[in-house]
Design a binder for this molecule. Structure first.
Ligand code: FAD
Length: 394
C-alpha cells in the first residue's frame, strides 16, 4: 500500500528546468495584462494574440522533441508554463487541451500523423481540443455510444459529445469513440478508439452551451452526423484507444493542478495586497489572525499540491508510474485553489463581489476544477481502490 513514485526527484535539475520556463513565460505574461484576459473572457474571444506570443517564444513546442521541430522538455516544463501563466491571471485552457491531446498522438501516431496533427501546433498555427464526455454517459465514459463504423478503408462517425471546450477555436478534435459497441465486447473498457477529426469537417456541428466559468473558450455540444474519416485519422490500434488515453490523462491531471495552483496563488497575491492596505479599524486587516491564518492555510495547501505535482511530473517524464501522485495532486490542487479564492473573497469583504476587483471572477474557474475534467469523487475512488486496495465503490 503506497503511493507509487518510482523515480527519485532530482530537485536541483527539476528546479532549474522550471525556473528557465518561468523566465520565458514572464516574457509573454508581461505583454498581456489581466485586463486583456478579462476582455477575452467576458466576450468569449480566444486570446489569439497571447497564443501567438507563446508560439513566438517557442513555448508551444514544449514536450515536442527538437528533432520534430519542438523545444523538448516534458511535463515538468509544461506544468511550469501553465502555473507561471495562471498565477498572473492568464487562464489558458487551450494550452491544457492542446498540450495533453498531443500526448497520445506523439506516443501512438505514425510519423505522418505526427507531421500533420502535431507539428502545426508547435508554432501555434493549429490548436487541438478533446472530446470524450457524452450527455448520457457523463463520468462513466465506458458507457459512451458515439460509434465509428468501418466504411471502405476508413470510418464513418456518428454520435454526440458534450461540454467540449474550445471546439470552435480549435482546428482539430481528438475524439474518443467506440469502434465496437459495448454490447459486442467482453469488457466495457475494450472497443474504444482515438480519432483526429477536423472541427469543420462535413457532418460536424457545434452548438454553444450557456456556460460561463471564467474561461475565454466556450463549451459546445458536438454532433457527429456520418462524419467520414480516412483510415489515417485513427491514432494507434483500433479498440486500443483507452490505453492510449490513460497515458494522456496523467498529463491532463497535472496541467489542471498547475492551473489551480497558479490561479490560487493569483488570488492570494491580490488578497495579501488588499489585506496590507485595508484599515477599517486603523490597522491593516492582514494583521488580524482571523484574516492572516485563512490566507496562510490556503498557501500551505497550494504548496503541498504544487510539490506533489512537480514530483508526479518528474516521474512522468522519467517514464515512471505517475498516476497515484498525479491524481492526488489534482485533488489537492483543485481544493486548495477553491480555498485560496474563498480566502481572497472573505479578505476583500463586500468589494470581493465587485467584478472590477477581479476576485469573484476567479471563483467559477477555481470551483470548476473540482468537477472537471474529472470530479474529485472519482479521484477519491481511485485512491481508495488503487492506492489503498479497497473494493471498487461504484
Ligand atoms: C466548463 C467545462 C469544460 C469541460 N471541458 C470538457 C472537454 O473539453 N472535453 C470533454 O470531453 N469534457 C469536458 N467537460 C466535461 C467534464 O469532464 C464532465 O462534466 C465531468 O467529467 C463530469 O461529467 P457529468 O458532468 O456528466 O457529471 P455526472 O457523471 O453526471 O456526475 C455528477 C456528479 O456525481 C458525482 N459522481 C458521479 N459518478 C460518481 C462516482 N462513481 N462516485 C462518486 N461520485 C460520483 C460527482 O460528484 C459528479 O460531479 C467539461 C465540463 C465543464 C463543466
Amino acid at each position: 500500500m503506497s503511493a507509487a513514485s518510482e523515480t527519485a526527484l532530482d530537485q536541483g535539475s527539476v528546479a532549474q528546468r522550471m525556473s528557465d520556463i518561468r523566465e520565458a513565460a514572464r516574457g509573454v505574461s508581461e505583454g498581456f495584462s489581466r485586463q486583456y484576459m478579462r476582455e477575452c473572457i467576458d466576450n468569449h474571444r480566444f486570446p489569439q494574440e497571447a497564443w501567438d506570443a507563446l508560439g513566438d517564444y517557442g513555448l508551444l513546442g514544449i514536450t515536442i522533441p527538437e528533432a520534430l521541430g519542438g523545444v523538448g522538455g516534458g511535463q515538468v516544463e509544461l506544468v511550469a508554463l501553465m502555473e507561471a501563466l495562471s498565477e498572473t491571471g492568464m487562464v489558458l485552457p487551450m494550452l491544457l487541451l492542446t498540450g495533453f491531446a498531443r500526448v497520445p498522438i506523439l506516443r501512438n501516431g505514425t510519423p505522418d500523423q505526427i507531421d500533420r496533427f502535431v507539428k502545426p501546433t508547435i508554432s501555434g498555427a493549429e490548436k487541438l481540443c478533446f472530446a470524450i464526455t457524452e450527455p448520457d454517459a457523463g463520468t462513466n465514459s465506458f458507457a459512451m455510444t458515439s460509434l465509428a463504423t468501418q466504411a471502405g478503408d476508413g470510418y464513418r462517425l456518428t454520435g454526440r459529445k458534450v461540454f467540449i471546450s474550445g471546439a470552435a477555436d480549435a482546428d482539430r478534435m481528438l475524439v474518443v469513440a467506440r469502434t465496437q459497441k459495448a454490447s459486442e465486447v467482453e469488457r466495457r473498457t475494450e472497443g474504444m478508439s482515438l480519432f483526429v477529426v477536423d472541427t469543420d469537417a462535413p457532418g460536424v456541428e457545434l452548438q454553444p452551451l450557456n456556460i460561463d466559468v471564467g474561461w475565454p473558450e466556450r463549451q459546445y455540444l458536438v454532433f457527429f452526423d456520418d462524419v467520414e474519416l480516412d483510415a489515417d485519422r485513427l491514432i494507434g490500434q483500433p479498440g486500443q484507444g483507452l490505453a492510449a488515453m490513460f497515458e494522456a490523462l496523467n498529463s491532463e491531471r497535472l496541467l489542471v493542478t498547475a492551473m489551480s495552483v497558479g490561479l490560487g496563488n493569483y488570488a492570494l497575491k491580490k488578497a495579501v495586497a488588499y489585506a496590507n492596505e485595508r484599515k477599517p479599524f486603523g490597522k491593516p486587516i492582514g494583521s488580524y489572525q482571523a484574516v492572516q491564518h485563512r490566507l496562510a492555510e490556503a498557501k500551505a495547501e497550494l504548496e503541498a499540491a504544487r510539490l506533489m505535482m512537480i514530483q508526479a511530473a518528474a516521474t512522468f517524464d522519467a517514464g515512471g508510474k505517475a498516476g497515484d501522485h498525479a491524481n492526488m495532486a489534482k485533488l489537492l490542487g483543485s481544493r486548495a485553489a477553491v480555498k485560496a479564492v474563498e480566502a481572497a473573497l472573505q479578505t476583500h469583504g463586500g468589494y470581493g463581489f465587485d467584478k472590477d476587483y477581479d476576485v469573484i471572477t476567479l471563483w467559477p474557474s477555481a470551483r470548476l476544477m473540482e468537477v472537471a475534467p474529472v470530479n474529485n469523487e472519482m479521484l477519491l475512488n481511485y485512491i481508495g481502490e488503487h492506492v489503498l486496495g479497497l473494493p471498487k465503490s461504484y
